[in-house]
Structures are given as C-alpha cells and as structure tokens.
Design a binder for this molecule. Structure first.
Ligand SMILES: [Fe+2]
Length: 429
C-alpha cells in the first residue's frame, strides 16, 4: 500500500515514466503517440527549433501580395510574396493582443490589418500604423486637448510580426522559427538532396489542386506510414493488383546521415500473380478497370528509372511521386491524437494538356478519399485507438533486423527504426 504522500504510479507526471525500455529503436512505447507532455515537447524540439518546416509551393503565391495561410506545428503562419517578389513567412499573430488576424486560406492583399484594434502590417510583417497612436484630439473650452495615445518612446519597429527564416528550393518553400537553423541544403543532406532535386529541379511548377483532411492519429504515424515499404503491397489492393508497389520490385531505401529524412525508391513491374501475391488478401486477380485511363502511366524523362519515389522530410513533409501523380503532403499536428494532412497536387508548367489530365486522373489514387491513401488514413487511426486504450503496449518494427541502415530492397522497416533513433536523440528519451 502507498504511504499517504506517495501517489500511485499512474498519477505521476508523464516525464517521470518516460522509460523507453529495451530495443533502442525497433520497439516504440505507446506513449510516444498519446502523451500530451511528450507532444508539447515535440512541438518545441521538432517544429519550433532546429528544423525546417514545409509551408507551400512558390506557385501558390505567384505575384506580389499573394498569400496562403498555413501552420508550423500549432502556430499559424502566412506565406506571402512581398512587393519586391521575395518570399516572406510571418507569424499570424498580432503583436498587440496575439490575434490570428488572417482568416482566409489564401488571397491577395496590399497589407494585413488585425480586426481587433486595426493594427496594420506590411507584407514583410513590419508594423505600419495603429489607431490613436498619438491619442485623440478633443476641443474643450480651454482649447485642444490630447487624450490617451501610446507612450513617447513607443516605436513601430519594435512591434512587428514574428518573421521566420525562409528557404526555397526548386519551387518548394520551407520556413523556420529558429534563426540559427542550418541551411536547407545541409538540413536535407547529401543522401536526400539528389532525390529532392530530382522532383524540384527548378522547372516552374503549376498548382493542380488541394485536398485537406484531419486524421485522428498522432503525426508521427504518418511519417512512419511513408517510411514503411512493408505495407503497401499488402494493405493496398490498388498497388498490389496493378503492380504499382510490390515487394518483388527493384527498390532501395535511403536515409540522411541522422536518419530523420528518407526516400523509398522503387520501379514498377508488370504486376499479375507470383510469389508476393500468394495469400495476399488485398490481391484481386480478377479485378480490372472499367476506365483504364486512371492508370494511363507514361514514363517521364526526369524519373531516370524509378516510377515511385516517396520522400519523408522530417518532421512536416512528404514528397510523393507515384508514377505521373505528384504531391506534397504537409503534416500539421493538432494535439497528440490528431493531425491535419494537406495534399497539394502539382505538375510542371511545361506539361501539355494531356499530361495535366493524366496527373489529375492519377491523383484519384491519393488524397483523403484516394483509392490507395484512404486505406492509410484508416489504418493509422486504428493504431492510434489501440495505443490510446493501452499506452504501455509497444510497436514492433523488426523486419530485416534491429539496426537502421540503407537497404537495396523494400522488405524492411529500417526507416522507422532510423526515425526513432533520431527522435530519441532530440527528445532526450
Ligand atoms: Fe500506404
């Protein structure tokens, strides 16, 4: 029995029971997905400090004053192109009372005005003016009297919006609250940079459409899903049946030096039966498409071979090239048990009309209701529910061993182990 001043274990603060247990990276305790204190710490350490977060594509804000509102972690930010054409990212938080003054998702503005007290900011986030700064003049019998106003030493330049550090590469835009963050190129690292540049090679991009959804699962489960080449040929009927992703494809798994980012690189094969479809319940030998334009795949020169490259840029971005369908998928945490997932489908400005139609049709595989991606949203919700009910249980990621290393095949969970090695290092767990 506990002494009166001893609380039972389950009432101790979360920090006191952050014991990882054995298996350094291949078994994650359930509380990594559910603990609110761990989650708050993740926001600080991964989203607000030391990391770059994806905020959008340059083609979303083509002209001066064009903006989009988005979030880094739980903090609202605005990507806005300045009058000089430069990309600015400012926090959507009025310096006066903290109001998120920008409510529209996107648009074009000359400046920003907070609705609460009409404080006005330019496109670089500088405070331009505010009502009654010099008080209100009032005529009295004694003459003109000034009432109120800001103190003499109030300076506009001391009260601008929080400006983030910004880096753009090949049309993709990243921002960081951390002025000391390393250059984006170093952040991506030499192993991942060529795969990033393969897609974002400087050709102007075109915006094809946006989907957004809230998935009731921890944000890391989406990173894990795209670091998991084990499941696509098992879970996804569309992938295994039509040969878009199967364990018998030529594949490799690549990580950056710190194992936080990764690329799953693979080349489509002919599909059909064979060993890897034996007993796979999602494989439908008899399934065929009434309208086969959905899979009207045309290889493109810039692929240089692989028909699919899925990149996880930790913590906030997935870059998808799955045959002719391209998207960025942004991860925006919303508490330990949910995240917003924003899909931005894009193409290249030099695509002909047929290629644009093709990219749009193939985009039906992805997004919230995608023929493939709807499966992922659902299964990671199941994972979250299981650990919400029992956060002392653990995951198991031991396919192909317990170490994290690049592999010349996809029969592995190496990328998930790599991510948890990095996660533990940064979190000090
Ligand atoms: Fe999947």
């Amino acid at each position: 029995m506990n002494a009166p001043n001893e609380m039972p274990l389950r009432f101790e603060p979360a920090a006191a029971r952050r014991e990882w247990g054995d298996a350094p990276t291949s078994r994650a305790p359930g509380w990594v997905y559910t603990d609110p204190e761990v989650y708050r710490e993740e926001l600080e350490r991964f989203f607000y400090r030391g990391h770059w977060a994806y905020v959008g594509l340059e083609c979303e804000v083509p002209g001066p004053g064009d903006f989009k509102r988005t979030s880094i972690g739980e903090r609202s930010v605005i990507l806005v192109r300045g009058k000089d054409g430069a990309l600015n990212v400012v926090e959507n938080r009025c310096a006066h009372r903290g109001v998120a003054f920008c409510r529209e998702r996107r648009g074009t503005v000359k400046d920003f005005t907070c609705p609460y007290h009409q404080w006005n900011y330019d496109l670089e986030g500088k405070l331009v003016g505010l009502p009654f700064r010099r008080g209100v003049k009032r005529r009295t019998e004694a003459g003109v009297e000034v009432q109120g106003g800001m103190p003499e030493d109030f300076k506009l330049e001391d009260h601008g919006l929080t400006r983030l550090k910004v880096a753009a590469r090949g049309g993709a835009v990243f921002a960081s609250f951390d002025a000391e963050v390393e250059p984006l190129e170093d952040y991506l690292g030499p192993a991942i940079l060529p795969w990033f540049d393969r897609c974002f090679d400087g050709r102007p991009l075109t915006l094809l459409g946006i989907n957004r959804q809230r998935i009731p699962a921890n944000w890391k489960l989406m990173q894990e899903n795209i670091k998991d080449p084990y499941h696509p040929g098992l879970l996804h009927t569309w992938f295994v049946t039509f040969g878009l992703w199967r364990a018998d494809q030529t594949s490799r798994m690549v990580m950056d030096a710190q194992h936080r980012h990764a690329a799953m690189i693979s080349t489509r094969n002919a599909g059909g039966g064979g060993d890897v479809t034996q007993g796979v319940t999602s494989f439908r030998d008899q399934m065929s498409l009434q309208d086969d334009r959905v899979l009207d795949v045309v290889p493109e020169a810039w692929w240089n071979g692989p028909s699919v490259v899925m990149q996880t840029i930790f913590p906030s971005l997935i870059v998808q090239q799955q045959v002719n369908s391209l998207s960025t998928r942004q991860i925006i945490p919303a508490g330990p048990g949910a995240f917003d997932f924003v899909w931005t489908h894009f193409g290249f400005a030099d695509d002909d009309a047929a290629m644009t139609r093709r990219r749009l049709r193939q985009a039906n595989l992805f997004g919230p209701a995608g023929y493939v991606s709807a499966d992922d949203g659902e299964v990671i919700e199941f994972v979250q529910r299981a650990f919400a009910a029992n956060d002392g249980a653990r995951t198991l990621s031991e396919l192909d061993g317990r170490e994290a290393k690049d592999t010349p095949h996809m029969v592995t969970e190496t990328l998930i182990r790599g991510m948890y090695g990095y996660w533990r290092g940064v979190m000090g767990v």
